[in-house]
Design a protein around this ligand. Sequence first.
Ligand code: GLC
Length: 530
Amino acid sequence: MRSFADSNGDGLGDVGGLRARLPHLAELGVDALWVTPWYPSPMADGGYDITDHRDVDPRFGTLADVDALLEEAHGLGVRVVVDLVANHTSEQHPWFVAALAAGPGSAERGRYFFRDGRAGGDQPPNDWISAFGGPAWTRVTSPGGAPEQWYLHTFAPEQPDVDWSDPQVQQGYDDVVRFWLDRGVDGIRVDAAPAMAKAPGLPDAGHAPGARFDSHLWQDSPHWDVDEVHAILRRWRAISDGYPGDRAFVTEAVVHSAERLSRYVRPDEMHTTFNFDFLHAPWRAERLRQVIDATLAALRPVGAPPTWVLSSHDDPRHVTRYSREQPAERGGPVSGPADLAVGLRRARAATLLLLALPGGAYLYQGEELGLPEVEDLPVDALQDPTWERSGHTVRGRDGCRVPLPWSGEAPPFGFTATDVRPWLPQPPEWAALTVERQSADPESTLSLYRAALRLRRELPGLAGERFRWDDDGDGSVLAFTRGAGFGCLVNLGERPLPLAGRGVALLSSSPVTDELPPDTAVWLERDPAT
Ligand code: GLC
C-alpha cells in the first residue's frame, strides 16, 4: 500500500495512487491485486497494527475511495484481495485501551492475553519470543505507576495478541470479515495465521536464550501452528461460502513442513496459502525440485491448488537473494559480494519457472521491474520495528519496501509529486528501472513479465494440473512438461545446455541460440505427441 503510488503528495502510497495505476496492473496481466493493510493505524508495523478493521486510514484515503477502487479494478478484470490481521490489534485499538483501563481479571482483559509474571511478577509469564526479536511479553503499569500484569505480543509490543477463545473476539472478527465481503472484495489474505491459537495454559516452548523466530523449524510449538487455529479458518470459510461469486482466502503460514501447510487448505478451510518453502529455497536445482515435489505431494490429498512465490514485503527481494553464493539449504549462510547482474539473470529465469508451474503464482510489486533489495538505506530512514527490537543489529524489511519507480530520470520517479520525498528514499540508479523506461524496451524485465503472463493465459498447455518431470540430466537442470505441447527448461548449472530436439522456444528469460545458457529458462512448444 505505502510503496505503490502516492496521489496526495504526502510521500506515502495510497488508494488514489493505486486507482491511478490500475492500468499498469491490467497491462501486466495479473488476475488479482492483494493490498496490504489500509486500515487506521499508528504505523508501528507498517499498518499491521490496526485500530479499526472496518475503516481506511485518512493517509490512505476513505471507504468511498475503496469502493471506487473495487469498481474500477473489476472493470479492468482485476480482483481485489484485502489483508485480515486477526492475531493482534494495535495497542491503541479501543479493545486494548479498555483492557488496560479495566484492570486484572476483567472481561476487557479477557480479549487479550494478560497474565501475572513469574518470580514474584518480575519475569515474563513464559519463554515465548517475538517475531521481531526479544520476549513476546511486555509488562504494563497500573494507573498509579506500579508494575502490574504482562501481555502477549507475537510481533511488536504495539501489537497485542487477541485471545481467540473469547466469544467477543470471534464475533468481532466475524463482523470484520462480513464487512469487507459485503463491500465486494474478492478475497482475503489472512495474516500470521499460525499464531492465532495458543496451547491451553500457555506452557513454555523451550526456546534457548537468544533463540530466533525460526517458525519453519518448530514442531509442536505451544504458540505456533497449534491445531485450534483451524477452527478459526473454518469459521471464516463458512461465512464466505454464504456469499455470491468466487471469494477466495489465502493464508500466510510459515510452518514446519508442506504437510503441515496443507492443513490450512483442507476443503472447508482456506483456498490457497503462500508457499514460503519455494520463496526460501536457494537457487539450486535439487532444492527447488524437492520443494516442488513436496508441495505437489502434500496438496494433492487435500485437493487444493499449489501456489508459488519468490518475493514478498517481508523478505529480501529475490534479485538480491540470488546475487550471492547460494547456500546448500534454506536458511544457510548467504555469503560473498552481491553480483546483481547474476541475481537479475537468475530472477528472470525463476520467473519463467514460477509461471510455468501448475496452480497460482503470487508476485510482489516491483519484481516485474527486477528491483533489487535496497541494502544501504540510511539507518535514520529505517522504520521496520525489527531494527529497534534487535538492538540495531537486524535492519529488517524496509529494503524491499522502497517506493516503486514509475517514470522520469530522478527520484521520486513519478511515485509522488516531484518536490516530495517518498517515505523511504529511492536509489538514483533506479532511473534505468522505471516502468516508463522498461515499457519501451522489449528485452526489459517488465516486458518479460508481460509476455509470460499473456502466454500463461493463452497457452492451453499451461492450463490444468498436469505436471511431469522430464528425465533430465545432471542435477543442475529443471525440466518438465505441463499439458501436451508445453515444456519448461531451466539451466541452473554452469555449462550451456544444447537445445536441439527439445522443441521450439516460445519465450526465454535471456537470449538463447541453439543452447540454453547458465541461469536461463525457456518455455518450449513441443510436438504434442511426445
Ligand atoms: C505478517 C505480515 C508482516 C507483519 C506481521 C505482523 O507476517 O506479512 O508484514 O509484520 O504479519 O502483522
